[in-house]
Design a protein around this ligand. Structure first.
Ligand code: NAP
Length: 206
């Protein structure tokens, strides 16, 4: 981890759950972390609890379903920190929305958050990584077992579809970066259990 100390990581959904845990660990390892979520006050409190750690957490508010918000966030990062080394696409939502009678607004929210926001953040992060001329960095997508298997939970199909998209997007990104001769790495990790249980994951480094 030493080589990442002082470098910049963007973590979406850093205000709770897995994203918060990732942000905390990266700050403890000395990284400069930009935590992105809608609840600024939660991020600010988290940042305060990390003040004695070797790294730093910058709280940044954005609604990831808004492209304008995402672009503003990356503008702030470029202006104030000048680089992105690690992009952790963690923010994700699951809403009960069946295929026979589900609400379109719920389907849209799931796809906007889990698929489009991840894609826009990735595109912007890779652009910033590449423009430094070093072409080095790491993009990490947080997936789900429902990104690999059919959903066994009722009314969960749109979430499963969004996570299957994450699987396809990971492989597609890997191929595009290889074709470009880029040194940027792509990882997909799949949490297996709920927060109440012991965490487990598998990681595929591309
Ligand atoms: N927990 C599990 O058991 C599990 C299992 C498999 C996969 N996963 C995946 O792991 C990731 C994290 O899950 P989690 O359970 O830790 O989630 P969580 O506790 O519900 O947290 C979700 C995070 O995403 C942020 N977020 C949601 N919508 C947003 C939006 N429109 N704009 C900005 N931020 C938004 C939330 O922040 P604000 O509310 O402050 O905006 C929050 O920080 C997700 O991709 C999920 O699919 C989780």
């Amino acid at each position: 981890m030493e080589r990442w100390a002082g470098r910049v990581a963007v973590v979406t959904g850093a205000s709770s759950g897995i994203g918060e845990a990732i942000a905390v660990q990266l700050v403890k390892k000395g990284m400069v972390v930009v935590g992105v979520a809608r609840r600024l006050e939660v991020l600010q409190k988290l940042s305060e609890t990390l003040q004695s750690e070797p790294g730093k957490l910058y709280p940044l508010t954005a609604d990831l379903t808004s492209e304008e918000d995402i672009l503003s966030a990356f503008k702030w990062i470029e202006s104030n920190l000048g680089r992105v080394d690690v992009m952790v696409n963690n923010a994700g939502i699951a809403l009960k929305a069946g295929l026979v009678d589900g609400r379109t607004s719920y389907w849209r929210l799931i796809l906007d958050t889990n698929v489009l926001a991840l894609s826009i953040c990735t595109r912007e992060a890779v652009r910033v990584m590449r423009q430094r001329g070093v072409d080095d960095g790491h993009v990490i997508h947080i997936n789900s077992m429902y990104g690999h298997y059919a959903s066994t939970v009722a009314d969960n199909e749109m979430y499963a579809a969004s996570k299957h998209a994450v699987t396809a997007l990971t492989e597609g990104l890997r191929r595009e970066l290889v074709q470009l001769g880029s040194g940027i790495r792509v990882t997909v990790t799949t949490p297996l259990l709920t927060r109440a249980s012991a965490p487990g994951s598998w990681t595929r480094r591309c």
